[in-house]
Design a protein around this ligand. Structure first.
Ligand code: AMP
Length: 148
């Protein structure tokens, strides 16, 4: 379904939540729905989606966040049991440059199989800069304390 036929507030996921387009549903409660990803990285690749239409994780209410956090382990266990995969990644993208393509918060659960199917890591890291880390950690710590 093209983005052009969605209204301003709608996303593919809001249409799925509202039952307007079909999905392979795995789970549903008052706050959360889980479905199979239509373009999976590996069999069993699932999306866990809060019904609340927040675009990114930082905008999500505590209530929806709690509901998602509580159900993620249970859905992960079911996917592992059914697929036989023993390992998995949880991926959560926020923003275009961070690879988000559907602007309604969601968590990917991606089974990692012994033959390599699953998420491939192109990410690059480098050792922490300790001078920067001292400043950053203090600032973020304080920001969280102040209740942002
Ligand atoms: P992200 O790039 O993190 O925003 O991921 C969005 C995901 O939604 C992608 O992995 C898509 O394959 C998936 N997706 C898009 N449309 C649908 C759909 N109709 N049903 C299930 N998954 C979808």
């Amino acid at each position: 379904m093209g983005k052009d036929i969605l209204s301003k507030e709608e996303t593919i996921f809001s249409l799925i939540i509202d039952g307007k387009i079909p999905s392979y549903k795995l789970y549903e409660d008052e706050f959360v729905i889980a479905i199979l990803d239509i373009n999976p990285f590996s069999p069993g690749h699932a999306l866990v989606i809060p019904k609340e239409a927040a675009k990114t994780l930082d905008k999500l209410s505590s209530k929806s966040a709690s509901a998602i956090g509580a159900i993620l382990p249970k859905i992960s266990r079911a996917i592992l049991d059914v697929t036989g995969a023993k390992e998995f990644n949880v991926l959560q993208n926020n923003g275009v440059n961070a690879y988000q393509s559907v602007f309604h918060v969601h968590f990917h659960i991606i089974p990692k199989y012994e033959d390599g199917r699953g998420l491939q890591f192109p990410f690059q890291s480098s050792p922490i800069n300790h001078d920067e880390a001292i400043i950053l950690s203090k600032k973020i710590y304080q920001h969280i304390l102040e209740g942002t």
